[in-house]
Design a binder for this molecule. Structure first.
Ligand code: SF4
Length: 194
């Protein structure tokens, strides 16, 4: 069996910034505070900052969550072994093993690890591992009406997500960080990449 690398492919042509994924994540994972996925604007601007001018506004929403890196620095940074990469490529964090040292927060170049002040522990997206294990897709993927979020095995060149990446020249965010992020972004046809 070939090693799997599950991950997301995010189609920037299709994301309209509706935040359904943000709500879906909170619901599915019983998150009281922040969602494990956020939607920001291109170039990291605050939400709803429009570049360009009428009649050519430039609204480009970018969903961001754990990239399920192939060389995840958060795993190395965690001294208590609370973060690990599963055999299917999903990077998971075990809450009961987290001692609250916060080392992972600064190790992740994507700022996707959340800090729960009340509980004193870190948490992050696990691609709904509990759903994956039942053959289901992550809940954000299910709830994205525009189908901007696609889930699949990026290690399999024949998978739908791999085909999309190939066809649409999918690219990773911050490849210079050398974490080999799995998540790929499909550029909007009309607009420049992030
Ligand atoms: Fe770890 Fe951040 Fe990479 Fe996710 S994106 S695997 S939290 S370093």
């Amino acid at each position: 069996d070939m090693q799997k690398q599950y991950g997301l492919v995010i189609d920037l042509e299709r994301c309209i910034g509706c935040q359904a994924c943000v709500v879906a994540c909170k619901m599915e994972n019983n998150l009281e505070q922040e969602s494990w996925i956020r939607v920001e604007m291109r170039n990291g601007q605050p939400l709803d900052t429009a570049a360009g001018e009428f009649p050519n506004p430039d609204l480009q929403y970018v969903p961001v969550t754990c990239m399920h890196c192939q060389e995840p620095p958060c795993v190395d940074a965690c001294p208590s072994g609370a973060i690990f990469k599963r055999i299917d490529g999903v990077v998971v964090m075990v809450p009961s093993l987290c001692t609250g040292c916060e080392a992972c927060l600064s190790a992740c170049p994507y700022g996707v690890i959340h800090w729960d002040e009340a509980k004193g522990i870190a948490s992050k997206c696990h691609l709904c591992a509990h759903r994956i294990d039942q053959g289901l897709e992550p809940f954000c993927v299910i709830c994205c009406e525009g189908q901007a979020l696609q889930f699949g095995d990026l290690a399999d060149p024949e998978s739908e997500v791999s085909q999309l990446v190939k066809k649409r020249a999918g690219y990773p965010l911050k490849p210079e960080e050398q974490t080999r992020p799995t998540t790929r972004y499909l550029p909007s046809l009309e607009k420049r990449p992030v």
